[in-house]
Design a protein around this ligand. Structure first.
Ligand SMILES: Cc1ncc(COP(=O)(O)O)c(C=O)c1O
Length: 359
């Protein structure tokens, strides 16, 4: 293997080397055919088999029931912030704002639906250092929208809320653990954190929602039209879908989502222990420990100077992309499925050594 550093980027993010290697090989030559997987028609036999296997493995890994479709779309999660209300807003909808991304999703939904979008709970007043509480969603609301893991602030719903029509932006924790698909009306997210390349959105949608889609929705934005066309209404991101397939194969080799969840909890635990055992040198950006993300670990040092020094010394130890998001500052270690346990061990050791020297 070519030498690689530990890359803590928030997305696009580090991917398992085996996935990269297999994908790179298929990009050059797909199954010895003399052409690569990105060079053949999305309507041909080769890609059709890739698509079928990708969807089958996704359904199996996530235990997706027959009531739900698996769609592979484009436009990022951001585009879905607008298309979801266009398709499914049969009346006022409730939004929970727990960080940068759920705030954006509510704001963008308002651009198409105005005051039908109701923010029913927000933790913005405390800089999203916790989840909003209480969450009193109207059971008759068209849907309840939440972001299950806030990438920028580093909080998560350890358990997803309940609603008859629960919609979840799971972008930054997608398939990092099993998800309660059967009690979720729609779950979606970009692939570029846990699953592969940007340009692919995985969406799992309960089919009864299609009845709500107004006739006025243009076909290319109509989720039912995408489902009917097996996500090939137009040319899909074929290579991104191939990488997804290799990621799903890799996930199965890891033992499935239960085993992956355990490993992710172990990785996050190493970093949170380093924070908690630092006598206050590191301050977690999320004060409610139960709401700490297992994907994006956010913390601050006593000063900007020490933060810069911490980052510089981390780079020298071959750990990169640890700088916090511009509005939050401090450090953010994104430790998606592709981050090995050894990366978190090295970072935890750096944190302990740095605190001992500079505390
Ligand atoms: C939780 C969450 N939702 C939505 C998005 C937006 O995704 P995209 O840039 O693919 O539109 C991001 C991107 O980081 C995210 O972290």
């Amino acid at each position: 293997m070519k030498k690689r550093v530990y890359n803590f980027a928030a997305g696009p993010a580090t991917l398992p080397y085996e996935v990269l290697e297999a994908s790179a090989a298929a990009l050059l030559d797909f199954q010895g055919k003399g052409y690569g997987i990105a060079e053949c028609s999305h309507r041909g036999k080769d890609f059709d088999a890739v698509l079928d296997e990708t969807i089958t493995r996704c359904r199996s890994l996530l235990a997706v029931p027959d009531t739900h479709d698996v769609l592979l779309l484009q436009g990022g999660a951001t585009q879905q912030f607008v298309i979801i209300p266009m398709n499914f807003l049969s009346g006022p909808a409730d939004y929970v704002v727990s960080g940068e991304w759920s705030k954006k999703s509510a704001d963008m939904a308002k651009t198409v639906a105005g005051d039908k979008i109701r923010v029913i709970a927000s933790s913005e007043a405390t800089h999203f250092d916790r989840l909003p509480s209480p969450i009193d969603a109207d059971p008759n609301a068209a849907y309840l929208h939440v972001c299950s893991n806030e990438t920028v602030h580093g909080n998560r719903f350890a358990e997803w809320p309940s609603h008859p029509t629960l919609i979840v932006d799971a972008s930054s924790e997608l398939m990092s653990r099993p998800h309660p698909v059967s009690r979720t009306a729609l779950l979606y997210g970009g692939a570029q954190k846990n699953l592969g390349l940007s340009g692919v959105v995985l969406m799992i949608v309960r089919k009864d929602l299609y009845d709500r889609i107004p006739k006025s929705v243009p076909k290319i934005l109509n989720y039912k039209a995408h489902a009917d066309a097996k996500s090939c209404l137009n040319t899909p991101p074929t290579f991104g879908i191939y990488v997804l397939l290799e990621t799903f194969r890799w996930m199965e080799r890891q033992g499935g989502l239960g085993a992956i969840e355990k490993r992710n909890a172990e990785k996050a635990g190493l970093l949170y222990d380093a924070i908690d055992q630092s006598n206050g040198f590191y301050k977690g950006a999320v004060s409610d420990k139960a709401a700490r993300s297992h994907m994006n670990v956010t913390f601050r040092l006593p000063s900007d100077e020490l933060t810069d020094k911490f980052l510089k010394e981390a780079t020298a130890k071959e750990m990169v992309a640890l700088k916090g998001y511009r509005t939050v500052g401090g450090i953010r270690a994104s430790i998606y499925n592709g981050m090995p346990v050894e990366g978190c061990q090295l970072l935890a050791a750096h944190m302990k050594e740095f605190a001992a020297k500079n505390g």
